[in-house]
Design a protein around this ligand. Structure first.
Ligand code: ADP
Length: 385
């Protein structure tokens, strides 16, 4: 179980973005050799990994060659070459999340089918091959406006999501294999992160509430813990536990949920890796999501997870109208307050709405935390030189 303490042990991570960087920070604490595969050492985790291998995590050979010299392999992004991970698993490598689960999660259509097969609550949906096929179904009265079109494979941060709430929007639909689902009357967007190890031990983080940016489809404020009824909280946690178990995941599974206006909980989507909704755990919980992912994939005991303080997390997005080398006006003002924890990912170039960092604000009084978060958000900007 503690083979990772061996000086020759190597953990391999596919993806060198901010999640990889924060995972490396955690593995550094326990001196676990951590190797990253991604296109350029200039990426966020370039300076934090034990070794950085330049290559493409979507390329079969690159992933296979990288993985062959690792003891355990994990991911920080799900859009990787799953065939290579499957081959590595067949060769006896430990790969978490399991490639079979990753295959389902990478495709929003297969995710939806998985929920349906396991009778897990999610919005009603139909799968389509193309824009023309959706139009035909609309013309035949098989689906009705409003609905949400989601690209089955190409989406992230809301980019593959298109809301059709009037007939004139039909012409702007994406032309790709899609999930078409009911437009949910959302009261709150919630998320809960579960963790599991291969002994089958499962734990969950406190449930969080997300407020989205009105146009960018990215989380603007994240409140932890969420202000919801305990019964709702229990229900969300139980769904996450059921999902992590049924998908046979080791490590983290982040579950995004909708609380509808009528009080129903629906699963939106899952991610088998550290998640934006868990960044606050670094400062506000007894153990962070990154530490728990490492514990889960290396089959270590998970320990209890306690929220030590309410927290608000603010994503630092590139300002609209700014493209180029990033600067951070207002950084000084923002850190003049106590219990304000900025994380700058080190991305050299900013562009509108690019995730450039995040800031966590903790306070024993959640209203104070919210006020401080608003102050912080108004103080700092990510602009170009
Ligand atoms: P991504 O994988 O790109 O993050 P999501 O499926 O999470 O995409 O959708 C992004 C956002 O779009 C959600 O957080 C929510 O605000 C909105 N959304 C997604 N699906 C629905 C739906 N069925 N009904 C209403 N809003 C939705």
């Amino acid at each position: 179980m503690t083979q990772f303490l061996d000086k020759n042990f190597k953990l391999g991570i596919l993806g060198g973005g901010q999640l990889g960087k924060m995972l490396c920070k955690e593995t550094n604490e326990w001196s676990i050799n951590t190797h990253i595969l991604d296109k350029s050492t200039s990426f966020p985790s370039g300076r934090n990994a034990t070794a950085f291998v330049e290559g493409d995590y979507n390329n079969y050979e690159d992933v296979l060659n990288f993985g062959r010299s690792m003891d355990v392999i994990t991911i920080e992004i799900e859009h990787v070459n799953v065939d290579a991970l499957e081959a590595l698993e067949k060769e006896g490598k430990i790969v978490h999340p399991r490639p079979s689960a990753l295959r389902i999660i990478k495709d929003k259509g297969l995710q939806k089918n998985f929920y349906a097969e396991h009778e897990l609550p999610t919005s009603s949906y139909t799968l389509f091959e193309s824009k023309a096929a959706i139009q035909k179904a609309v013309d035949a009265g098989e689906i009705t406006i409003p609905f949400v079109q989601k690209s089955r494979t190409a989406g992230y941060d809301g980019k593959g999501v298109f809301v059709v709430d009037s007939a004139d929007k039909l012409k702007n639909m994406m032309d790709c294999p899609s999930v078409v689902e009911d437009l949910v009357d959302i009261e709150k967007e919630l998320a809960v992160i579960a963790v599991r190890n291969s002994e089958g031990e499962i734990n969950t983080f406190p449930i969080v509430e997300m407020e989205f940016h009105p146009t960018a489809n990215l989380v603007e404020f994240l409140l932890a813990p969420a202000e919801v009824d305990v019964l709702i909280e229990e229900k969300c946690k139980n769904l996450a536990i059921e999902l992590v178990d049924k998908l046979d995941i080791c490590g983290l599974l982040a579950v995004e949920l909708f609380l509808t206006k009528s009080g129903t909980i629906l699963i939106n989507e899952v991610a088998p890796r550290p998640h934006n909704s868990g960044h606050h755990t670094i400062e506000s919980c007894s153990s962070s999501q990154f530490e728990q992912h490492i514990r889960g994939i290396l089959n270590m005991p998970l320990s209890d997870i306690v929220q030590l303080s309410p927290a608000v997390m603010v994503n630092l997005l590139g300002a609209d109208g700014h493209t180029g080398e990033a600067i951070y006006p207002g950084f000084d003002t923002c850190i003049s307050e106590s219990n304000v924890y900025p994380h700058l990912y080190g991305k050299v170039q900013t562009k509108p709405f690019r995730k450039m960092g995040h800031i966590t604000i903790t306070d024993q009084d959640r209203e104070m935390a919210k006020q401080k978060a608003k102050f912080v958000k108004d103080s700092i900007r990510v602009e170009s030189k």
